[in-house]
Design a protein around this ligand. Structure first.
Ligand SMILES: NC(=O)c1ccc[n+]([C@@H]2O[C@H](COP(=O)([O-])OP(=O)(O)OC[C@H]3O[C@@H](n4cnc5c(N)ncnc54)[C@H](O)[C@@H]3O)[C@@H](O)[C@H]2O)c1
Length: 252
């Protein structure tokens, strides 16, 4: 079974580390060591205080469930060490220079950078954008104002524009837009709405292209342990890991 090192031991990591998931977690690292120690109690995997010690352990793949900063700090070293990486804080790859550097190292080392579907669905077939025309790619995200750390009594458009502009103002809300851009190979328009009447994060994706039209709406249940995180994001990493060694590959 594939051996996993967890970089980031917060809400998503705790769901991944859950009892019944069949994920073989063998090493843990978090910049807040007590978070790694907490997951160590659940998984029995050792928690390392130094990233170098974590990375030196004998496992196959790093799952990053930490932050954009953690991807900048550690992804290159992970690939150079000969391990694959799953990147959940995909907003880091909005920086095309950084993204291209990672891809080049991965190619050189014959390693893989894997981007899970995260908080949405449909990334698999949106890759058709890489080989056929797409005339519209719009992501409309609606969240409770508390999630965006703003105050408003009515539904308000808080951002409208390109994904690479959105990341400057709302860096924690850009992962889905960047994942869509990476999948399709096209720039995404982003609308970010704050709505005090909704409790669940909602993503709507509008795509038009040579293939026809596509509309997807997803309302995410929060993680059981923490309402700030979408449960689907953790589930998407678990299924990615569980399918890595599956002889039948579906929907890619
Ligand atoms: N792609 C998606 O659709 C999607 C969906 C949900 C979450 N995410 C991203 O996944 C990440 C994890 O989400 P979460 O809800 O578990 O967050 P969280 O805040 O609950 O946990 C993050 C953990 O990572 C640790 N951490 C942060 N920066 C670090 C660093 N530089 N080095 C080592 N450890 C570090 C924190 O101490 C914390 O324990 C976030 O960046 C979030 O934006 C992506």
């Amino acid at each position: 079974m594939i051996r996993v090192g967890l970089l980031g031991c917060g809400n998503v990591a705790e769901v991944i580390a859950g009892d019944d998931n069949g994920i073989n977690i063998t090493a843990l690292f978090d910049s807040v060591h007590s978070h790694a120690e907490h997951l160590s109690e659940i998984t029995n995997a050792p928690a390392y205080e130094k990233f170098e010690d974590f990375l030196a352990q004998d496992f196959d793949i790093v799952v990053e469930a930490a932050s954009v900063a953690a991807v900048y700090e550690h992804a290159e070293d992970v690939l150079k060490s000969g391990k694959d990486i799953v990147i959940l804080s995909v907003g880091a790859l909005a920086d095309s220079g950084f993204k291209n550097r990672l891809i080049s190292i991965a190619a050189d080392k014959k390693r893989r950078i894997r981007i899970p579907s995260g908080a949405i669905m449909g990334l698999d077939n949106l890759k058709i954008g890489q080989i056929s025309g797409i005339s519209k790619l719009l992501l409309r995200t609606t969240k409770n104002p508390r999630s965006l750390r703003i105050e408003t009594d009515e539904k308000t458009l808080v951002f409208s524009g390109r994904a690479d502009e959105c990341i400057k103002q709302f860096p924690k809300n850009i992962n889905v837009a960047v994942a869509l851009e990476l999948a399709t190979g096209h720039n995404a328009e982003v609308e970010l709405w704050a709505d005090p009447d909704i409790k669940r994060n909602m993503h709507e994706i509008f795509v038009e292209g040579d293939f026809g039209d596509f509309y997807l709406k997803i309302e995410n249940n929060p993680c059981p342990q923490n309402p700030a995180t979408s449960y689907l994001a953790a589930l998407s990493v678990i299924t990615l890991l569980r399918n890595l060694e599956n002889p039948m590959v579906i929907g890619t």
